[in-house]
Ligand binder design. Structure first.
Ligand code: NAP
Length: 259
């Protein structure tokens, strides 16, 4: 569909845990369009599985990156600069909140859980964008894409502190877009409907979310990760060259509904 549209482009994909990861679907779409990829993995536990997937996408550039540690992010971007030779595209597909925050009452959210969820799921975009900026500026611009969910705007029982983190993430997208726009670096978010992944397995009521989408969304069907991959490809390619600071919904149109 978009063969060769990303030929010569260099992309860093953060957030592949396994084949079901949304980041993996995005990586496949970018690779299919000609981009050369690098991947992050969080720790030794995941290195092997991410390496196998990276190979499938023609990549041998793997860098360790725990986004909750500044020195880890510093090292990762140094390695990306050296091994990939620059950066045009950053895919940020990372989130974490302690498991009990999805089952406890929202009002019970502890200071530590708040800090951890906001740090890993929202601050990490700012931290990665700061390290990506010089690499992208050297190449005349770039595109950053992050993953969000509509629970940032309306209450979805059980999503809890992750919803607060997504609100902060979406707000950060707008500020980053404003600051990086003059360097031709665009920053956008994709708000995806429910997709079965490792992260979503922890969310109570997930099945119910899927059922509601089937019954009430304009398109009456759930999305899959490949649908997100295609939207990310659009946001990372010149097809969206004047699009920045926004959230694109890949949710069968559910966000447009009032009931
Ligand atoms: P996933 O496969 O579990 O991906 C989440 C990724 O975040 C994993 O690779 C995980 O690595 C990584 N991560 C967590 N803490 C990290 C840290 N400290 N440093 C580096 N990486 C860390 O689940 P997913 O559903 O594809 O999630 C990707 C993004 O999409 C998330 O932002 C999620 O909120 C968003 N999203 C998902 C859905 C959905 O329905 N699935 C809908 C809308 C938005 P580890 O496995 O090593 O922890």
């Amino acid at each position: 569909m978009a063969d060769g549209i990303l030929d010569g482009k260099l992309a860093l994909v953060a957030g592949v845990a396994n084949k079901r990861s949304i980041a993996w679907a995005i990586a496949q779409a970018l690779h299919g369009a000609g981009a050369q990829l690098a991947f992050t993995y969080q720790g030794e536990r995941l290195e092997g599985s991410v390496r196998k997937l990276a190979e499938e996408a023609g990549s041998d550039v793997l860098v360790e990156c725990d986004v909750s540690a500044d020195d880890s992010i510093d090292r990762a971007f140094e390695q990306v600069g050296e091994q990939l030779g620059g950066l045009d595209i950053l895919v940020h597909s990372i989130a974490f909140a302690p498991q009990d925050t999805f089952t406890n009452r929202f009002i019970e959210t502890s200071r530590d859980a708040f800090r951890m969820a906001l740090d890993v799921s929202a601050y990490s975009l700012i931290a990665m964008a700061r390290r990506a900026e010089p690499l992208m500026a050297e190449r005349g611009g770039g595109s950053m894409v992050t993953m969000t969910y509509m629970a940032s705007e309306r209450a979805f029982p059980g999503y809890n502190i992750m919803a607060t983190a997504k609100a902060a993430l979406e707000c950060s997208v707008r500020y980053l877009a404003y600051e990086l726009g003059p360097a031709a670096i665009r920053v956008n978010a994709i708000s995806a409907g429910p997709v079965r992944t490792l992260a979503s397995a922890g969310i109570a009521g997930f099945k119910e979310m899927e059922t509601v989408i089937e019954e009430r969304s304009p398109m009456r069907q759930n999305i899959d990760a490949a649908d997100v991959g295609q939207a990310a490809l659009y946001l990372c390619s010149p097809m969206s060259r004047m699009v920045t600071g926004t959230t694109v919904y890949v949710d069968s149109g559910y966000h447009a509904m009032g009931i």
